[in-house]
Design a protein around this ligand. Structure first.
Ligand SMILES: N[C@@H](CCC(=O)N[C@@H](CS)C(=O)NCC(=O)O)C(=O)O
Length: 219
């Protein structure tokens, strides 16, 4: 059976946006899989993948890391199951992946960074604070920002996404596709750890879209 190594926090909470993207992709393709929780300080568990980030997917002899590469792998390996990439080329999904990682996750991280810290065991907490201080140049505590300005930046992006859903049913077009899981994964990351409303009521299409995806694929 397929094994999905996923980042896990305190009380087994799964909050990684990238791991959620892969989990939704597997559920969408109706593939059986089991998950292996990996904490920040348990990277030994994925040493066999020769890199240090989650998700990692193991399928018989195949070891694949990076959520986008995993999605490509799944469509290639299981072409008879519903396709994640529905267009003739991947340029749209590449754009959405980059946009979500840089812009949407960038807006979210400031809002949720302290909440992530609070969902970690003490050992992982120390690792997270050190590694993020190195990455961002300031400690999570100083970076955390739930001000109106910070929320408005996120809501601007949510409203942009809502405007797409006013024209078509899914981010990917008339049919659901991997780009929907990219965006939904980022939002799930925030919603798992933070109790602030991340999709405001004004953006009704987005709210309905997210609830539908959560119900069907975030299992
Ligand atoms: N581009 C990669 C990013 C993977 C990534 O950054 N994963 C994070 C979890 S959200 C991770 O494993 N972090 C471990 C660490 O920071 O030590 C993907 O799409 O899979």
């Amino acid at each position: 059976m397929i094994k999905l190594y996923e980042l896990s926090g305190k009380n087994n909470i799964r909050f990684s946006p990238y791991c959620w993207r892969t989990r939704m992709a597997l559920n969408y393709k109706k593939l059986d899989f089991k998950t292996v929780p990996v904490k920040f300080t348990e990277k030994k568990l994925i040493e066999f993948s020769n890199q240090k980030l989650l998700p990692v997917l193991v399928d018989q002899n195949a070891i694949v890391s990076n959520s986008f590469d995993i999605a490509i792998y799944l469509d290639k390996k299981y072409p008879a199951n519903q396709k994640l990439f529905t267009k003739s080329d991947m340029s749209f999904d590449i754009f959405i992946n980059q946009w979500a990682d840089k812009m949407l996750n960038g807006a979210l991280i400031k809002i949720v960074i302290n909440d992530i810290t609070n969902h970690l065991d003490p050992k992982d907490k120390d690792y997270f604070i050190d590694s993020r201080t190195k990455r961002f140049g300031i400690p999570p505590e100083s970076m955390a920002d739930k001000s109106t300005d910070s929320l408005n930046q996120l809501y601007k992006y949510i409203s942009f996404l809502n405007s797409i859903l006013e024209k078509q049913e899914f981010i990917s077009g008339d049919d659901i596709g991997y780009s929907d899981f990219i965006i939904a994964g980022s939002l799930k990351w925030g919603m798992q750890v933070c109790d602030i409303t991340l999709i405001d009521e004004k953006n009704k299409k987005m709210l309905d879209w997210y609830n539908q995806i959560e119900k069907l694929f975030m299992k």
